[in-house]
Design a protein around this ligand. Structure first.
Ligand code: HEM
Length: 370
């Protein structure tokens, strides 16, 4: 009986039935906890799409690359600052947009895909992720891509598309029958893919426009709520990639050019919010909004330097799109919560793994002066 007393923490002399009751209560708590883990891990719902299954699929398609992001695996850290124009102050109560406010930013320019040592290539989607550090511990984390729309509308379609677009070992390209099957089941993705394919690919990271694709909401001090899509539009006029660039032998030509440019001078983008009108789709990132929508230039982002991924810098940040300051709120787009959950799963896995150096290691340690 003293062992039971020890296990249950019961005082000596408690009757056996009371001890058994205590033991049963402890057992119930343990069973509940186990069920909780099983639920979160998806073991109770083999058909449901869980964050773990999404990340398993990335690993299935790309192979294991311990320590790296499961998507946008090849990247370079950048730092700089955002100077608000004041045009956002009437739309959002976020202090970030107050006229004259300058906010430090740290971020990451990357290439989409789960291959950290892939050669830079023209068609690969480019991305810009940023973390704005506001006063009082607030942050805005955002990740944007250089495409006009996102290829899928739902997390389930994303999961299916990962496999449908997996390159065939023999050809290096997706199996056309499998991809066409996916597009037949998802006509919205077929339309989005055509828009993505038709985009002009620019010379490099510095003259690319990066878009949030998902809609958000700007919430003003007076409660006004405006659906928006964000974009970082380069100050530099876009120039198309040249034929010479495309046949470069340098596997990191896009990243090397970016690091070299940042060594010379700062690179600037305008944060432009496109204001949605009633009826514009906020829960479907495959659909563009009409081209005549009003825009607001919220301020200027100046990137001033780059650093290779290393412990404690952008390598160890999760650019979760739902880390938002007051004044920026999520829309009803189902991709947002799926992204948040999947990024967390990717982050948790990579944080616990041994790291190998990034392929993008030649960048200079110091930034350019503003
Ligand atoms: C359900 C849809 C999506 C899934 C499952 C997904 C998955 C992922 C994952 C796993 C990562 C790596 C996260 C990490 O380890 O830190 C990532 C990175 C990224 N994703 Fe997505 N993504 C989705 C949709 C989108 C959309 C709509 C955008 C819109 C622009 C986007 C932009 C980015 C960017 C910019 C990064 C790189 C962030 C960085 O440099 O750390 N993703 N994505």
């Amino acid at each position: 009986m003293s062992l039971l007393n020890d296990l249950t923490g019961a005082p000596p002399g408690l009757p056996p039935h009371a001890l058994l009751l205590r033991l049963a209560a402890i057992g119930a708590v343990l069973a509940g906890t186990t069920c909780g883990f099983a639920y979160v891990g998806g073991w109770l719902s083999p058909g449901a799409l869980t964050p773990a299954r999404v990340i398993d699929r990335f690993e299935q398609v790309n192979g294991p690359h311990p320590g790296f992001r499961r998507n946008h695996a090849k990247g370079l850290c950048v730092e700089g600052r955002f100077a608000a124009s004041g045009a956002g102050a009437a739309l959002s109560k976020a202090g970030l947009f107050a006229a004259g406010r300058v906010t430090p930013v740290a971020g990451r320019l990357a290439l989409a895909g789960g291959q950290p040592y892939a050669a830079d290539a023209e068609a690969t989607v480019r991305s810009l992720a940023l973390r704005f550090t506001l006063p009082d511990g607030e942050e805005w984390r955002t990740g944007m891509n250089d495409i006009p729309v996102f290829p899928v509308r739902t997390p389930e379609a994303f999961y299916e598309q990962l496999l449908a677009a997996k390159p065939d070992l023999a050809t290096g390209k997706p199996d056309p029958a499998r991809l066409n099957g996916f597009f037949a089941a998802h006509p919205e993705s077929a339309k989005a893919a055509a828009l993505i394919k038709a985009r002009t690919v620019t010379a490099g990271f510095a003259d690319s426009t990066y878009r949030s694709l998902n809609a958000f909401r700007l919430v003003a001090a007076d409660g006004r709520d405006t659906p928006v899509r964000f974009a970082f539009v380069p100050e530099r006029a876009p120039s198309p990639e040249t034929a010479g660039q495309a046949v470069q032998q340098d596997k990191n030509y896009l990243f090397d050019a970016l690091a070299a440019e940042l060594r010379q001078d700062a690179l600037r983008w305008h944060l432009v919010a496109t204001l949605g009108r009633p009826g514009d789709p906020t829960a479907d990132a495959t659909q563009p909004w009409p081209a005549d929508r009003e825009t607001a230039d919220l301020g200027t982002l100046a990137l001033t330097g780059s650093t290779p991924e290393a412990p404690g810098n952008c390598r160890d940040v999760n650019f979760d799109p739902l880390v938002l300051p007051l004044g920026i709120a999520p829309s009803d787009d189902p991709l947002l919560s799926a992204r948040s959950a999947a990024y967390s799963q990717s982050f948790t896995r990579r944080a616990g793994e041994d790291k190998t150096p990034s392929a993008v290691a030649g960048a200079p340690p110091h930034g350019a002066a503003l």
